[in-house]
Each structure stands twice: as structure tokens, then as C-alpha cells.
Design a protein. Structure first.
Lengths: 173, 173
């Protein structure tokens, strides 16, 4: 079976996870990788536009709605019993054709993690706070830190992608 | 392997396919079925809301973006080489856990079809026009027609669901 490559970008809320993820995705795409992105949402998220046909089919009760065109495919799938599927199940089902999956959130999982840190947001890190998280691989920070993992500048998508490539992608490509 | 049940709702544009589909989906859900809906879009459809995190990840270049919550899962997946996957491939990949898939469009396929007809829209039917389409099973019409397949009133979702159930779902449930 193909090796799963999952890297989680974690941070305290409001630190700028999505901004860094955008940069890392763009950089990895430029390097020729097929990239998956998986985001957890703690709330009831909205997707699709009110009154569009696809929206109407979901509203009518479709358990799974797929809309497809030459360019892309989109799906909205209700979870049976309001139970979220396991993240590994999601990766194995929907991300079989990418080189790696970058996740936003899922900080409770044991995937290798890159934590985003901003000094204004918090003094200490999520993965080096009350508990020591051994899955932390690197930090993207806007201040100098003295730590047991490599520290990259918060805007250094190239450096972070070199790190991801070196660590996870050399052996699969 | 599980039997695929696919029924296509077809019509000339502007006849009200989506409205009928909504009613059929709601009725089948009420009868306890798990229902899939698959829509083809000839254009570049929009899904997701500008500037939401999930939208930003797709815009940044993610080949597959999945957002998940307790309630539902949504995915936006770019087609490699701008080539639409085959509809059977889509059904086998994404609709394994439903009792039937109702498709909107895909009129060129050989799935069993229900055609929606409105006298104001057109005098003749898509499936009984220049060519005789043997996959036509029934018609939902707003006028009396004399044809070789059963005719239901365009608002008779119950009758159409009885027909679908009788024809396709008795043997799988």
C-alpha cells in the first residue's frame, strides 16, 4: 500500500494557519507535487451558494451530492448519525492521488506537526505548553525561539517546503 | 458487488428538472432510503464562498480540498488534465453507501431515464424526438400524452417514487 504522507499545520486560533498553508501549497505545487488539503471545522460550515441547483439538491435531503464539470468535482456528504469519519479514513478515501496531505487543525492527532507561532498571539506554543508533544517537527515563528526542533521564519514557505520535501517526499517521488 | 441503481432525470433546459428532483429526493428520504444526487454542469461552476478558509486552500492550488465537521464533509477536487471522470467511476467512488443515485443531466448516457416535459417548453420530448431513446422509462408531464411508457403528473413525486421503488428498490432493500 502507498505510504500516507500527512503533515498537520497547527496553531492557536488566530495565528495565521491558513495564510501559511496557502503559501506552502503554492510552493509545493510549483515544485510539481500533487497536494491535498484537509481542514477540520468545529462548527457547522457553509459551502455552496443558496439557491444554486447543487445547493437545492443537498437541501432536499440528498445524503451525498456531487456536481461535476470538466474543471472540477465537488461533493457535499452528510455524515450518518452526525458522526465525523476518522481522519485516516478520510485520507484513504479521498486523497489517494496526491503526494501529501496538509491538514489544518486535527491537533489532537499524532501526525507530524508544524506549529505556527506569533509572539503577539501567545507566549508559549501549543506543542510545548503544559504537555510536550513529540510529534512536533518544526515551528514557523515571527520571533527567535530556542527549541529542540528547527525554527523557520513564519513567511519562509520555501524553507518549510525544503524541510517537508527532505523529510517526507524524497522517498515517495 | 453491490448493484448500482442510477436513474437519470432528463429534460430540455428550463423544464424544471431540479424542482422535480427536489421532490423525488424528499419523498425517497421520507421512505427511508439513502439517496445520492449527481449533477453535471457544462460550465465552470462555483461552489464555496470567496475568502472562506476552505476556498483559500483550493485557490492556493490544492488538488483536493476536504473540509469536515460533525455534520458533513465537503470536497472540491480539480480534475487532472481538465478531463472529467467517467460517471460510473464517480458513482463507484462516491456513492457506495446510498440505495440509489439520481442524476440530473447525463442525457447521453444509457442509464434508465425519466423525462420531465412541459408543454410550454417544447412540443416534443428529448427521448422521443429525432431519435428513439430505449432507456426512457417514464415521463413526468404537465399535459396528457399518449406514449409507450407510463406518464405521471409533473408534480406527482409520490407516483414517480412508487414507480422507482417498484422498479429498482424492491430487490436491493
Amino acid at each position: 500500500m502507498k505510504k500516507r504522507v500527512i503533515v498537520s499545520i497547527v496553531a492557536k486560533s488566530g495565528t495565521g494557519k491558513t495564510t501559511l498553508l496557502e503559501k506552502i501549497i503554492a510552493e509545493l505545487k510549483q515544485r510539481g507535487y500533487r497536494v491535498g488539503a484537509l481542514k477540520h471545522d468545529a462548527h457547522r460550515f457553509d459551502i455552496d451558494h443558496r439557491n444554486k441547483d447543487s445547493w437545492r439538491l443537498t437541501q432536499a435531503g440528498a445524503d451525498t451530492m456531487v456536481i461535476t464539470s470538466k474543471e472540477k468535482l465537488a461533493m457535499v456528504k452528510m455524515n450518518p448519525n452526525n458522526e465525523e469519519p476518522d481522519v485516516i479514513e478520510i485520507v484513504d478515501r479521498y486523497f489517494t492521488d496526491v503526494h501529501l496531505v496538509l491538514t489544518e487543525g486535527f491537533k489532537g492527532n499524532t501526525f507530524p506537526k508544524i506549529e505556527v507561532h506569533r509572539k503577539e498571539r501567545s507566549q508559549n506554543l501549543l506543542c510545548r505548553g503544559e504537555t510536550y508533544d513529540p510529534t512536533l517537527l518544526a515551528v514557523a515563528s515571527d520571533e527567535h525561539l530556542d527549541m529542540d526542533v528547527p525554527i523557520y521564519d513564519i513567511n519562509d514557505a520555501q524553507g518549510l517546503c525544503d524541510f517537508i520535501e527532505e523529510r517526507f517526499l524524497r522517498q515517495v517521488s
